[in-house]
Write a protein that binds this ligand. Structure first.
Ligand code: ZN
Length: 414
């Protein structure tokens, strides 16, 4: 009899490295297929990449999809996904899937702002600042987080054990440990306290994960990644890496690591680099929530293997489109009579068959196919871009590729 439920079903192999650097290529193996890294993980928050079919995502070259445990827990409920045979089966995506722990979404309710804080809050250090006009909807204590649903205001509680149960029921190939999100505005004292709380929660996640894995031995193995916090502090980031890896000393530890928390464009590469120095070479590193495609260069250079980024589909729905010559908005008047493609260098379905003028018209007329065609282009842009980064790392010309890409991408605006 073959043991399905074994960590043998999850693996990672480094296939090439840049001499003297941290950038590398690799292969992640999951029960639902492999992922060539560096890889862009498409975001399908509610078990759908908004406005496009999973079949389309596969045709675009997407290797994996990341859904959101918080959203799926509230709607339709993780028990329902369990009954459906898991996330991939439910949404008709046969490939690898990820879920984040729900921590980020729940904590965001607490502060009312996103991971990258607004400019007007820079320089303020306080644990009590919340965004103007927002109600604090989440409260953290040492055991977990109590929060109000953004859907109907109902009260819920997430603990490490609840997050593990929910993520096991959702059934993604890669899950993340439940962690506390802090922001750059929290005091150093609070960051230290929070980091220790995240370490204890990580410990509890490993225990719950082992129990759930044993109890659900008929299901495909689900890998668990620890999440590195520590904000902008080098000593805290390094300590978090060592502490989480040490949790696996006398038992199966984390299968990989997510690097989370407050990351801004300016410090992203530095922070990921500290973590890559400390984390074991043989485990994959996922950078949680990148804001813009060009951040991928810094992430790859610093040693990240996978990344999720909601921007390609989110900005597409506002008509903002990526090209090799930078980002532009197709809704502007300049595109009204432009019968050329979004990007003459793009190989996507939209660029092969539709003009800027047609997309301009669809957006102006508020037709839903505008979202579909724009999302297809932006997702393909990022997937192909990361494919090229991977090839450049493997073939030893990553620096040249980055220099040429960025010169052209920002050339028209600088
Ligand atoms: Zn295109």
């Amino acid at each position: 009899m073959t043991m399905i439920n074994s960590s043998d079903n999850f693996g990672f192999e480094v296939t090439s490295t840049v001499p003297g650097g941290r950038a590398r290529t690799g292969l992640i193996t999951t029960p639902h297929g492999t992922i060539e890294t560096p890889a862009f993980i498409a975001v399908g928050t509610k078990a759908t990449v908004k406005s496009v079919l999973p079949e389309t995502m596969a045709a675009l070259g997407a290797q994996a999809v990341l859904a959101n445990a918080y959203h799926l827990y509230l709607q339709p409920g993780s028990d329902l996904l369990d009954a459906a045979g898991g996330l991939g089966q439910f949404m008709n995506w046969p490939g690898p899937t990820f879920t984040d722990s729900g921590g980020f979404q729940v904590m965001s309710l607490g502060a009312g702002f996103k991971k990258v804080i607004a400019m007007d809050t820079v320089g303020i250090t306080s644990d009590e600042v919340i965004a103007a006009g927002t109600e604090r909807r989440a409260h953290v204590d040492d055991d977990g987080v109590t929060f109000k649903s953004h859907l109907n205001g109902s009260l819920h509680r997430f603990t490490p054990e609840v997050s593990m149960r929910v993520q096991h029921e959702i059934g993604a190939d890669v899950m993340f440990a439940f962690d506390e999100l802090t922001t750059l505005m929290n005091t150093r004292g609070y960051q230290e306290e929070s980091l220790e709380r995240t370490r204890r929660w990580a410990d509890r996640c490993l225990t719950a994960h082992a129990q759930l894995t044993a109890a659900r031995a008929d299901r495909p193995y689900q890998a668990l990644f620890g999440v590195i916090q520590g904000a902008q502090y080098e000593d805290l980031r390094r300590k978090a890496c060592r502490d989480l890896e040490a949790l696996g000393q006398d038992r199966p530890g984390f299968d990989g690591y997510g690097i989370g928390g407050a990351l801004e464009k300016e410090n992203l590469g530095t922070i990921v680099g500290w973590c890559a120095d400390e984390l074991p070479e043989e485990k994959p590193r996922h950078l949680l929530g990148i804001s813009e495609p060009d951040d991928l260069f810094a992430a790859v250079e610093a040693g990240a293997d996978t990344f999720d980024c909601v921007s390609p589909s989110r900005v597409a729905r506002n008509g903002a489109l990526y090209t090799r010559d930078g980002r532009f908005n197709v809704v502007t008047a300049a595109n009204r009579r432009n019968f050329g493609p979004i990007d003459p260098d793009c190989d996507c379905y939209t660029c092969a068959h539709y003009s800027r003028a047609y997309l301009h018209h669809l957006f102006k007329a508020k037709e839903i196919n505008a979202n579909t065609l724009a999302t297809i282009h932006n997702e393909r842009f990022v997937i192909r871009f990361v494919d090229e980064i991977r090839a450049a790392v493997r073939d030893g010309h990553f620096d040249d590729f980055r220099r040429a890409f960025l010169a052209r991408y920002y050339g028209s605006r600088h």
